[in-house]
Design a protein around this ligand. Structure first.
Ligand SMILES: Cc1cc2nc3c(=O)[nH]c(=O)nc-3n(C[C@H](O)[C@H](O)[C@H](O)COP(=O)(O)O)c2cc1C
Length: 129
């Protein structure tokens, strides 16, 4: 039987909206036969090494016009991602400013040996309703 691919979704959620979207994304990936691990940076749990997964997802709210410090710290601490695909999802109110670009640019630094054409960039903007 074909081995399942593994996805790590790391997010920060203080008031659970980012978490609820992370859970929905995980459901979709599971339906596509991924094993998915979800980790909220809010907790004290140890985050597994992203290098051991086939796909990395990062979810964040916008707080005070940018991503929270723990999210940028997590991205900066990631190992080189080389050819690993990654996606980012962002929850915000009325003023997301350039938070998506800020996150995406720091994530790209982990992929600096890649040609742009290999990077799949998807904007997932979800407004609070
Ligand atoms: C303290 C605080 C600061 C916020 N700052 C912004 C902001 O600058 N721009 C924005 O668009 N939304 C802002 N929001 C809205 C959040 O991004 C939004 O409610 C998000 O869904 C919260 O995610 P969470 O429920 O996973 O914690 C802020 C919310 C809080 C509580």
């Amino acid at each position: 039987m074909k081995k399942k691919k593994r996805c790590l979704i790391v997010y920060f959620s203080q008031w659970n909206t980012t978490e609820s979207i992370a859970v929905e994304i995980a459901k979709g990936l599971k339906a596509s036969r991924y094993d998915v691990q979800l980790h909220n940076l809010k907790g004290q749990n140890t985050i597994p090494d992203a290098g051991e997964f086939d796909l990395l997802g990062i979810g964040t709210p916008v707080y005070y016009y940018r991503e929270p410090f723990n999210v940028s710290k997590y991205i900066q601490g990631l190992p080189p991602l080389n050819q690993k695909p990654a996606f980012v999802f962002l929850l915000h109110g009325s003023y997301p400013e350039d938070t998506f670009t800020s996150i995406w640019n720091s994530l790209r630094k982990k992929m600096q040996n890649l040609q742009d054409s290999i990077i799949q960039k998807e904007k997932i903007f979800i407004m609070n309703i």
